[in-house]
Design a protein around this ligand. Structure first.
Ligand SMILES: [Fe+2]
Length: 356
C-alpha cells in the first residue's frame, strides 16, 4: 500500500512520506507458536523482513530521481536487480508470516486442515491433500543446507495449483500467485533448529493458518478480498482508530505542537518480554486505565501501542475513544516499529502501576 501525500488537514495523523511501502503487522502471536520461538520469529520479522522493506524503500527513493540518460548501465542494472530482489523478499516474507498462526487468541494446534474449498482444489491438482503435502514438504526439505522458498501458487494459465521452488527472492512462475510460502533461508530456523532444516519444515506445517491461506486462494482465483482475515486479532476494526508505524514516525518527527502523546501498554506478565520503548512514552498497566486516564488532557491526540498491536492496545483504544479521546492503536505495535527501523530508548517502568 502506498501512503497518501501529506494532507492539509490539521489532524496529527495523516502525514507519512509519500511513496513508502508500509510494513505489515504480525498476525501470528510470536510468544505462543507451536515449537517456533518468539526470539526466532521476532528476529526474522524485524531484521530480515524489516531489513528487506527498508532496503526496498531506500532503492525506491534512489529510483525516484534517476538520471536515466546519464547513469551507467551497471548502475541501472544494479538498482533494478536489487529492487526486484527486495520486492520479492518483502512479499514472500509477508505471505510466509501471514500463513502462520492460531485462531483468534488461541495458539495453533497443529491439527488444522485446509478448508473444504482449498482441500478440493488440492485433491483436483495433486490427487489428495496428503499427496500435495508430501510433495510440498519434500520440496522444502530439499532446500536444507541451501536457501530459497517453497511456494504453493495458483497459475491461471496452467489452470491449477503448483508447488514451486524459488531462489534469491526473485523466481516466480510468470503470472502465478503465491498463496503459501516457506522461508528456507538459514535465518528462518537457525536460532531454534541449528542445521536441522527438516525439523523446522515439519514445525512450520504444524503452525499453518489455513483460514488465511484459504482466503488468499479465493482472492487468487478471482474472489473478493476478505480483510477480516488480515487484521491483527483484537485491533480496532475502524481505520480511524489505527495508525501505521510510518504515520506515527512522521507525526513524531513533525511539528511539536501536533505530536500525539504516547502510551505504552503492557500486561504485567509480559514485562519480561520487553527491553525498550518509544522515547517520551508513558508505560501503564492496561487494567489501571481508570486511574491513568485521569492524566490525559482532554482533546489530546493519543497513540497507544503494545508489543504486537493485538487486543492490549486494541481494547484500550476502544475504551479511550468511548471516553471521547482521539486515540489510535499502533498497527503491529512496537514490533512493527522496530521493523521500520524506528528509534527506541531503554524501557522505563517508573510510571507503571503495580500488577493488578
Ligand atoms: Fe526470511
Amino acid at each position: 500500500m502506498v501512503v497518501q501525500n501529506q494532507l492539509s488537514s490539521p489532524s496529527p495523523w495523516k502525514f507519512a512520506a509519500p511513496g513508502n511501502l508500509m510494513v505489515r503487522p504480525f498476525l501470528l502471536k510470536p510468544q505462543w507458536m507451536n515449537g517456533l520461538s518468539e526470539r526466532l520469529l521476532v528476529s526474522h520479522y524485524v531484521n530480515n523482513y524489516g531489513g528487506a522493506l527498508r532496503r526496498l524503500n531506500a532503492i525506491r527513493a534512489r529510483l525516484a530521481a534517476p538520471d536515466w540518460a546519464g547513469a551507467p548501465g551497471f548502475e541501472i542494472n544494479g538498482l533494478k536487480r536489487e529492487e526486484l530482489i527486495a520486492s520479492g523478499s518483502v512479499i514472500l516474507h509477508e505471505i510466509y508470516f501471514e500463513s502462520l498462526g492460531g485462531q483468534g487468541d488461541n495458539p495453533p494446534t497443529g491439527l488444522e486442515e485446509p478448508s473444504a474449498e482449498l482441500a478440493h482444489a488440492l485433491e483436483r491438482d495433486f490427487g489428495s491433500v496428503t499427496a500435495w503435502r508430501a510433495e510440498f514438504v519434500a520440496m522444502a526439505k530439499a532446500l536444507a543446507g541451501g536457501s530459497g522458498w517453497a511456494i504453493l501458487a495458483w497459475s491461471e494459465r496452467l489452470g491449477r495449483l503448483i508447488n514451486q521452488w524459488a531462489a534469491d527472492h526473485a523466481h516466480n512462475l510468470p503470472g502465478a500467485t503465491p498463496i503459501l510460502a516457506i522461508d528456507m533461508y538459514e535465518h528462518a530456523y537457525h536460532i531454534d533448529f541449528g542445521a536441522k532444516a527438516a525439523a523446522y519444515v515439519d514445525q512450520v506445517m504444524a503452525n499453518l493458518n489455513w483460514e488465511r491461506i484459504g482466503a488468499r486462494y479465493r482472492l487468487a482465483i478471482g474472489g473478493a478480498k476478505e480483510d477480516k482475515f488480515f487484521l491483527p486479532y483484537g485491533a480496532p476494526a475502524e481505520e480511524e482508530a489505527r495508525i501505521s508505524a510510518e504515520e506515527l514516525k512522521a507525526a513524531l518527527e513533525g511539528d511539536a505542537a501536533r505530536r500525539p502523546m504516547l502510551l505504552d501498554l503492557c500486561l504485567p506478565k509480559d514485562l519480561k518480554r520487553r527491553t525498550d520503548m518509544l522515547a517520551g512514552a508513558k508505560m501503564h498497566a492496561p487494567a489501571a486505565l481508570p486511574r491513568w486516564v485521569e492524566e490525559l488532557p482532554p482533546g489530546q491526540a493519543v497513540a497507544v501501542y503494545c508489543i504486537c498491536g493485538f487486543q492490549v492496545s486494541g481494547k484500550a483504544v476502544t475504551e479511550l475513544r468511548r471516553r471521547g479521546y482521539d486515540a489510535r492503536a499502533l498497527v503491529g505495535g512496537i514490533t512493527a516499529w522496530h521493523a521500520i527501523g524506528g528509534a527506541t530508548v531503554p524501557m522505563d517502568t517508573s510510571t507503571y502501576e503495580e500488577a493488578q
